[in-house]
Design a protein around this ligand. Structure first.
Ligand SMILES: Cc1cc2nc3c(=O)[nH]c(=O)nc-3n(C[C@H](O)[C@H](O)[C@H](O)COP(=O)(O)O)c2cc1C
Length: 145
């Protein structure tokens, strides 16, 4: 199974989750390709069996600007057979925790086969590792069903 993970991260929290997910997908014998969003080309999306997006939340519950093009692309293109997942990090200090994850979730739910979402507070801790295991199991399970 080929998995693409595309993420953005300024201070390393979201990247930390991306690395945990990469590790778990590899344990499930998946071939994993991980890209910061700036290094990713949308044409590659159809290369993957599972496509995963990772984002922090910015401003007033916003998607970071470097993710806008990907967001618009996912909004415009219906891919009912593409299994997707979305994860993100945020801070509960803000009124809408991980709002960017919710925004991607709504689009992926509408246009793809959304398998799972995950929200992590700041840098992933031990309990988040377990959630990453579940995230990967759900992606692989939906793709195999
Ligand atoms: C100006 C600013 C606005 C933020 N707004 C939110 C927000 O609305 N909701 C939230 O959950 N986190 C918010 N955060 C917290 C970041 O999303 C959080 O620190 C995240 O883990 C950063 O990810 P990164 O380390 O991958 O860059 C905000 C942080 C800053 C500095």
């Amino acid at each position: 199974m080929r998995v693409g993970i595309v993420y953005t991260s300024v201070t390393g929290n979201t990247e930390g989750v991306a690395k945990l997910l990469e590790e778990q997908f590899k344990r499930q014998d998946c071939e994993v390709f991980v890209y910061p969003v700036e290094e990713f080309s949308f044409q590659w999306i159809h290369h993957y069996d599972v496509f995963v997006i990772g984002t922090y939340t910015w401003g007033k519950a916003d998607i970071p600007k470097e993710m806008h093009l990907l967001f618009e692309w996912m909004k415009k293109h219906e891919q009912p057979h593409l299994v997707t997942g979305v994860f993100g990090t945020g801070d509960r200090f803000f009124s809408h925790f991980c709002a960017a994850v919710d925004k991607f979730r709504d689009v992926l739910y509408q246009n793809t086969r959304l398998a799972v979402t995950l929200k992590v507070e700041l840098f992933p801790q031990a309990q988040d590792k377990k959630k990453c295991v579940t995230f990967v199991e759900k992606c692989v399970g939906v793709r195999s069903s």
